[in-house]
Design a binder for this molecule. Structure first.
Ligand code: TXA
Ligand code: MG
Length: 357
């Protein structure tokens, strides 16, 4: 693809300036792609109803056409044009969690191109709550198809700078609304079968969903990379263990607090002896343990504040990558609430290898 100038426009995240939103919407109307902030991560958007524009998303990301896109809406009426039928369950969930970080998979309307859904019979829809995303969809007057605005296989971007690092020269415009509030992607919930099933844990927790639909289940995680090819096509390709891989290998430690810290410390020492540069994602509570270890530290937040840990996770991975470390060690944050999404992203980055004594 030809190289082009990438413009970054800083937009007020609370009250987006109308002329900046109109500039972005006019590009979308012309069949271009535009990056915009959402409350989860930044999205690389195109008008969902223009097939050629949707294809540009795949081209800019280097993403294969077999990976379906999420379609973003600003009002409930737009859901009806995208799906074949709005079920009672969908209405309940939309009422409880929209606008917000929940994507619903529903039987698609024949009006939507197979390019958007990668030929699947379901379509992923979500109503983001970020004012810039909302304003952009409203100004366009049409739903926006958008995956995370990273290069294929890289971690999702939570700042405009992350997007620029991955996609500059490949996209015309990034709307910069500051750091993402949630920091992990939306929860992807499949409503097309008997049992509502989480294909990707995310910003809305399993516990939150259970309060509205007690039946919701978690899809069994894919254990081996080879399994990906034999799984049915309804499985979100986002579940692929290779999907979120950072450029540097990651080791996830999971044990009691004391054993976990001891195992991480001895791993650092072992590698330091061999002159390796080691990065560690720590909790605030770990600082004293690792302060003089010689490793590059990135504190994600307190173990009792998973919202902050989730919000800083991808920035932490990218920051250690940029610091030039040869390996990243990370502690576990449990699997309650947002911990499940954090664990899912760490497991993907670690290609499922967990260090346990
Ligand atoms: O928070 C988010 O969801 C962000 C922001 C921009 O909205 N978007 C995002 O999109 O993470 P993406 O494309 O990076 O991840 C969406 C995941 C992919 O793993 C995709 O395969 C899955 O959702 N997905 C989308 N439509 C699907 C469908 N019809 N069936 C199964 N999986 C689907
Ligand atoms: Mg993605």
């Amino acid at each position: 693809m030809k190289t082009r100038q990438t413009e970054i426009v800083v937009v007020n995240p609370v009250q987006p300036e109308a002329e900046k939103i109109e500039h972005a919407a006019s590009l979308l109307r012309a069949g271009e792609v535009v990056v915009f902030p959402t409350e989860t991560v930044y999205g690389l958007g195109a008008d969902a109803l223009q097939v050629a524009a949707v294809e540009r998303i795949f081209e800019a990301k280097g993403r294969p056409f077999t990976d379906p896109l999420i379609v973003h809406i600003a009002k409930l009426a737009e859901l009806e044009m995208l799906v074949a039928e709005v079920s009672e369950r969908a209405k309940l969930l939309a009422e409880a969690f929209w606008p917000g970080p929940l994507t619903l998979l529903l039987p698609k309307s024949p009006r939507i191109s197979d390019r958007v859904t990668a030929g699947l019979q379901t379509i992923g829809v979500r109503m983001p709550r970020h004012p810039i995303a909302h304003a952009l969809i409203s100004a366009l007057g049409s739903p926006i198809a958008a995956p995370s605005a990273n290069r294929f296989m890289h971690v999702s971007p939570t700042t405009a700078a992350h997007v620029y690092d991955d996609l500059h020269g490949r996209i015309p415009l990034i709307l910069d609304g500051g750091p993402s509030e949630v920091g992990v992607e939306s929860t992807v919930l499949d409503l097309s079968g008997e049992v509502p099933t989480i294909l990707r844990p995310g910003g809305i927790s399993l516990e939150d969903l259970h309060r509205v639909l007690p039946l919701v289940e978690l899809h069994r995680p894919v254990k081996h990379v080879e399994d990906q090819h034999t799984n049915d096509r309804q499985l979100a390709p986002g579940q692929m263990l290779t999907h979120y891989a950072p450029a540097v290998p990651l080791l996830l430690f999971d044990d009691s607090e004391q054993a976990m810290r001891a195992a991480m410390l001895s791993e650092i020492q072992r590698r330091r002896v061999q002159d390796e540069r080691v990065g560690v994602l720590i909790a605030d509570e770990d600082r004293a343990t690792f302060e003089s270890s010689g490793a590059v530290l990135y504190a994600l937040g307190s173990v009792s504040d998973l919202e902050q840990v989730a919000a800083r996770l991808f920035a932490g991975l990218r920051s250690l990558e940029t610091a030039g470390v040869q390996v990243i060690l990370c502690r576990s944050f449990g699997s309650a609430g947002l911990g499940l999404a954090i664990r899912d992203r760490l497991l993907k980055a670690a290609s499922s290898k967990v260090v346990k004594n």
